[in-house]
Design a protein around this ligand. Structure first.
Ligand code: AMP
Length: 215
């Protein structure tokens, strides 16, 4: 049976990286609802303007818009044998919509959570600084520069991405915690598969492939 893969995990757990690798291996397109909505928000139409407002406020776009969007995207030819969702579903209603869609398309949903200790993730993200000149990446907790705030290789002052500042990371975690009801729905129906993500990328990838191939 062809599959719908839903990879979830807290910020920094590596779901983007793994989704990309799975897309290459299985030939499934990776569908990011965030990317599609960002493109829709650029349109100079009432809907485009509404989407821009919602997204800049960091709120969730309405479930009805998401339902139409995924219906349209997953009806395309490249989704026939399967596809991977990135950023969907986020709410209970979206999970119900996905169940209906999977029944209509005769596909099996696999919801896989990459589990990594959240303290470690918070430090991985908020501790990350990089050299703007050579791109070298440091972490103040796990791989500090020899001289604080300066690149070991060329002495350039290190920079932190806006997305990795503590306020931004906290907001990203809150967005993830808000999906708890959706995750619980899959858990209660015995469909949540958990994979330990506290290992190198390739080890986690092999575990994911084993889980997917076993279904
Ligand atoms: P992302 O790139 O996945 O972080 O998504 C960026 C923004 O798009 C989010 O902050 C939401 O405003 C919107 N968005 C993406 N996916 C969804 C979804 N499944 N449900 C509601 N809003 C979404």
């Amino acid at each position: 049976m062809s599959k719908i893969l839903v990879i979830i995990g807290a910020p920094g757990a590596g779901k983007g990286t793994q989704a990309r690798k799975l897309s290459e291996k299985y030939g499934y397109p990776q569908i990011s609802t965030g990317d599609i909505l960002r493109a829709m928000a650029e349109a100079d139409t009432p809907q485009g303007r509404r989407l821009r407002e919602i997204m800049t406020a960091g709120k969730l776009v309405g479930d009805d818009i998401l339902a139409d969007l995924i219906q349209a995207r997953t009806s395309q030819g490249d989704c026939k044998t399967g596809y991977i969702f990135d950023g969907f579903p986020r709410t209970l209603n979206q999970a119900y919509t996905l169940d209906k869609l999977a029944r209509r398309q005769r596909k099996q949903i696999l919801l896989i959570r990459i589990v990594v200790n959240e303290d470690v993730l918070f430090k991985r993200l908020t501790g990350r600084w990089s050299c703007p000149k050579c791109g070298e990446i440091y972490n103040i907790y796990f791989r500090p520069a020899k001289r604080e705030g300066l690149c070991d290789l060329d002495g350039e002052p290190l920079l932190q991405r806006n997305d990795d500042k503590p306020e931004a990371v906290t907001r990203r975690f809150e967005e993830y915690w808000a999906t708890a009801a959706m995750i619980d729905y899959y858990k209660r129906s015995g469909r949540l598969i958990e994979v330990d993500g506290d290992s190198p990328v390739d080890v986690v990838f092999d575990k994911l492939c084993a889980v997917i191939d076993a279904q």
